[in-house]
Design a protein around this ligand. Structure first.
Ligand SMILES: [Zn+2]
Length: 55
C-alpha cells in the first residue's frame, strides 16, 4: 500500500517529461502530484500498480 508523501517512479512519462510522482492520497483512486510540474492526477490503484517502476 502506498503512503502519503511517498515518491513513485512511473513507467509512463508525464506530458511535462517528469517521471516521479508524490502520493497525496492513497486509496481505490490514488491522488498523485507530478514532482516536476505540480500537476495533480487521480489514478486507479490497479492501473497504478502496473505502472510503478520503483520508489
Ligand atoms: Zn508533470
Amino acid at each position: 500500500m502506498h503512503q502519503v508523501g511517498q515518491i513513485l517512479r512511473l513507467r509512463k512519462k508525464h506530458a511535462c517529461g517528469g517521471q516521479t510522482w508524490e502520493v497525496l492520497k492513497p486509496g481505490v483512486d490514488t491522488r498523485l502530484k507530478c514532482t516536476t510540474c505540480g500537476r495533480v492526477i487521480l489514478v486507479a490503484r490497479d492501473k497504478l500498480m502496473r505502472q510503478v517502476k520503483g520508489v
